[in-house]
Design a protein around this ligand. Sequence first.
Ligand code: GLN
Length: 309
Amino acid sequence: MPCYSSDKLNALVKEAKKYTAQGKVADYIPALKKENPHDLSAAIFHPDGRCISAGDVDQKITLQSISKVLTLALALMDYGEEQVFEKVGYEPTGDPFNSIVKLELYNPSKPLNPMINAGALAVTSMIKGETIENRLERILDFVQKLAGDRKIGYSQEVADSEFKTAYLNRALCYFMMEHGIIEEEVEGLLELYTKQCAIEMTCLDLARIGLVFAMDGADPFTKEPLIPRDIVRVCKTFMVTCGMYNAAGEFAVRIGIPAKSGVSGGIMGVVPNRFGIGIFGPALDEKGNSIAGLKLLEMLSEKYSLSIF
Ligand code: GLN
């Protein structure tokens, strides 16, 4: 499906790009340090197949936390809401994505929501499959179907780099193991989680996945249901309440669409019944969201009245 460079989107990207100077690329995952902080690209996918883009849309990005919403959908498809939410809660934390502080809050203990690292690790531990490879294959197969792109894989370099330095995520896992939330060997789970976070795609693919969520789970072209509508509703709700970490409240006020960000600088935006948005801008603000990506979304939301509220 061709995607056309758009003058209007290019003008907004040019304007938003100015803000990259105020951000920093993530460095706690060493391999992400290589990203160029001045990059900004975006794509918008419409249900009729029209796709517009701006910037270098061939560049690949790793999903990082954006993957959390996709594994949540898959776990819900595997187990249903009741079983998934035995292991993870529904509530926003207002804390950074990697925070450990509220893990003891629920009684019995469980992570507050599936969009923080603790909750996402609990969700990944639910992904079915005989081996780590099988489970990764299932995640990849699902992501490829959503993006309509069978070539999607993961970056071994980024996965290895995170795996070696994932001290905090290891701590979260062991804490949850103590409380019976995680029942498998931690190193294997971390291998799967870091590979899931290292799944690579372009912002066109990301926009295409956003479109599937915008269209209630249907493949935009074949109309095949890829995710049940009810599960899409759960995912979109978490994107609104927790998708931008501890900036979700301000994001809801200023932009007002379901969205999920990752520390690679990716943002997947969902404009219900209208279009999917994929953005890549690796310079992050202090909360770990793409600083220019947020500006771009703010401009788009204002110009095209995107807020769902
Ligand atoms: N892989 C990253 C981590 O667990 C994802 C975090 C993010 O994108 N906010 O730290």
